[in-house]
Unconditional design. Structure first.
Length: 127
């Protein structure tokens, strides 16, 4: 079996640049560092930036790669990795995330994430 594509999903408020050092060290031609809509690229028309829309977007990106991938997620992107693995396992050969705790009923977001998730406070933070 040949090498599988390794796909890297960044967190918030990052861009795919967070992966540049790692990808250089891996020195593999079969890596993809995705850019979540709205972070280093424009949001598609009609994209509301909900968690479900991001998870669906990620699944569509993986479908476009044509085979199961090795999926790596960090922070907010790691949450989308968990979601896609739980709903579309056929798209993934292996996966890892540093945000697995997100599924724990006692999980508590860090202070900035709490602000970002609070209506109007999040908008004010980014303004």
């Amino acid at each position: 079996m040949g090498a599988m594509t390794a796909v890297f999903v960044h967190g918030v408020p990052e861009t795919p640049a967070v992966w540049h050092g790692l990808l250089a060290a891996l020195d593999r031609p079969d890596t993809v560092a995705l850019s979540l809509p709205g972070f280093d690229s424009a949001r598609p028309a009609g994209f509301g930036a909900t968690m479900e829309e991001y998870a669906a977007w990620l699944a569509a990106q993986l479908e476009g790669l044509g085979g199961p991938v090795d999926l790596v997620g960090h922070d907010w992107g790691g949450g989308f990795v968990v979601r896609v693995v739980s709903t579309r396992p056929e798209l993934v050969r292996s996966w890892v995330t540093d945000a697995a705790g997100i599924g724990d009923v006692e999980f508590e977001w860090h202070d900035f994430a709490k602000i970002w998730q609070t209506p109007q406070a999040g908008e004010n933070f980014w303004d």
